[in-house]
Every structure is written in structure tokens, then in C-alpha cells.
Design a protein around this ligand. Sequence first.
Ligand SMILES: [Mn+2]
Length: 299
Amino acid sequence: MRIALLGAAFSAGGAHPGCRHAPEVFREREYLAWRRRLARQQLALSVFWAGIVREENPIPLPMHCPAARRALLRNSQRLMRHTLRLRRGGRLPVVIGGDHSCAIGTWTGIASAQRQPLGLLWIDAHFDAHTPDSSESQRLHGMSFAVLLGEGDAALAQMGGQTPVVDARYCAVIGVRSYEAEEPLRLARLGVRCYTRDEIRQRGLTAVLSEAWRRVAAAPGGFGVSLDLDVLDPMLAPGVSVPEHGGLHPTKLARLLARQPHKERLRGLELVELNPNHDPQGKTLRLLPKLMTALLMRR
Ligand SMILES: [Mn+2]
């Protein structure tokens, strides 16, 4: 499988403009070194750079404003066309965000390339399951998972022609530690399995991640992973837009991801919310290749 790295230089739906520089910074500082390491490790992973999709308007676009909604829709459609084309060409898209609103384009494109239901593992400090009715900030990056499940803004939810984009029976969220009450209620109603920080503390990340992985990997159409870097401990990964105290240890998460089965059923990956402005030493940036290798390597 040829892996297509695609940047989504998005920030208008997020909390901080720095996010849109992440794909460029990754390509300049980490991409070639990562490719060389992959070649040396003989993991049979062949990677190429497929380009960067840019937002048309790098200013904050709140969802309550109709013109902003239209601009965000156009950004999402542009990204959707790219991941759709890559999937049709038999590539495995790996999207580097960008704020997490890019998930709408990423997964709508990937799902549009297939008929069977797609599963999704959402690894994040937040549920991103708001709608414009419940969100205080009106930022799209806090609504993207809800959109993929068919809720919230109808134009976004229906842009690929099949709604919902992902099948809740094969969806799980891991690592959430900050949310508003509406979000877990919505996800419970839809039937998404949510593993919050409390459950991870009780049962351990090893058990919880395997269970979540099994659920999403059972999807008839294969599955994807959307990894928001703010799920990690901000002491170890400070370069995100919305840091939350606590969080997962990056090395432990990478070790467990490397071990998971059924990677032949992966249909795409996404690593989002890297904010180079909050990452002066490049600590968080350097975690990206580590996490991508772990997610892609087969046992
Ligand atoms: Mn997120």
C-alpha cells in the first residue's frame, strides 16, 4: 500500500491560527528524515508527499455566521476531493492537520470512495461532538465528530452524499478529559462507545485501547484513526491549540498502537491540532513520525 501524506493547512475552524502551519513545518523538518528511517527499518511502508490543501481564508470562522459556514464548507469540500481521489487511486491517505475541523473533509472523502460502512477511532482530549446549538465557542473543530455522525450543520453532514459518514456501531472515542454535558449524551444516543480518562484510569490504557480497536476494526468497510495530539500529556506534547492537564504518555500510546491488529483494514489516518507556535523546541512535532509509524506498522 502506498501511503499518501496530505497536509490540511486549516485553522479557521480552530482555536489558534498557528495550526495551519503544521503541515509545512512537518514537511520541512521531519518528512525526509522519517522516510529514510522507514526505509532503514524495512517495514514495507512506502510514503510520498501528496501536497497541502489550504483554507481559503485564514481568519476565525464562527459557525453562527452564514458566510463563515459557507467558507468552512468549501474548505471541507476541497479536502474531501483530495482524500477521495487518493482512495480511488488505491492510496492510503494520512492527513496532517490543521485544526480538527479537517476531519470532516478527510473522512467524508474516504467514505465516499466505498460503499461499506466505515469505522472510526477518535483519540482526543475532547469529544468534538458539539453542534452549533450547543457550542459556546462556535468553532467547527469542536463539532467535527458530530458532523461525521450526521448531526449539526446539514450542509457539512451531507456534503459527500451519504449521511452519516461513519457508522456509530463501529466508532469509539478514547482519552477524553474535558467536555460539556451535551456531548456524551449525543454520542450515547447515537451508540458511540466512549472511553474517558476515568475509564482508562480504572481499566488501564492497554485493555481500553484493544477493546476500542476491536470495535472499529470490525467495520465492514474498514476503519480510520483520527488522532488529536491534545490527547497527550501537554508536559510532553505542549504544541497543541487547546492543552488539557493530564493526558496520555506519547511513548506508551505509540507502543500500544504499534501492537494493534488488522492494520490491513485501515482506510486512512489523521493527526491533527499540532500548533508549531506552542512548540518552540519541536517536542510535539517530533512525536508525529513516531505515532505515524506506530499506527501504520503491521505486527
Ligand atoms: Mn479534537
